[in-house]
Write a protein that binds this ligand. Structure first.
Ligand code: FES
Length: 147
């Protein structure tokens, strides 16, 4: 089968879908090639992600990736969310087809964008290199992402 049962489950029954009106951080990213857009909302108390929601206008793998990403970081310290990699999302989903790996990259980037927004809004200083947003800091090549 092309997609694992976990991918199908998170695609059919995505966790944490929606919007947080009074979010402490919001991240929106898009993929210029496929045109998909992902938005993640964070609620943070005492440095813990107490609530997280997402909206994804994109493919099934992007929906499954964002659903899994939110599950992986909900209840975790905000600093741990920054360590979430697309690889961890793919592993938790029991794999994605190679041409769908970029969908999981979108989830990683959306989480990072939301954390960055949280830090910016609250005047919390951070090491810009901790964020893989933008090609220069990113460990994978665009060719790999879009393969
Ligand atoms: Fe664009 Fe999946 S095809 S995120």
């Amino acid at each position: 089968m092309l997609y694992s049962e976990k991918v199908m489950d998170h695609f059919r029954n995505p966790r944490n879908v929606g919007k947080i009106e009074d979010a402490d951080g919001v991240g929106e990213v898009g993929n210029v090639v496929c045109g998909d857009i992902m938005r993640i909302y964070l609620k943070v108390e005492n440095n813990i992600i107490t609530d997280i929601k997402f909206n994804t206008f994109g493919c099934g793998s992007a929906i499954a990736s964002s659903s899994m990403a939110t599950e992986l970081i909900k209840g975790k310290p905000i600093s741990e969310a920054l360590q979430l990699t697309n690889r961890a999302v793919v592993e938790a989903l029991d794999g994605l087809p190679v041409h769908k790996i970029h969908c999981s990259v979108l989830a990683e980037e959306a989480v990072q964008a939301a954390v960055k927004d949280y830090y910016d809004r609250h005047g919390i200083s951070y090491d810009p290199l901790a964020f893989a947003i933008g090609c220069s800091a990113c460990e994978h090549t665009c060719e790999e992402e879009l393969a």
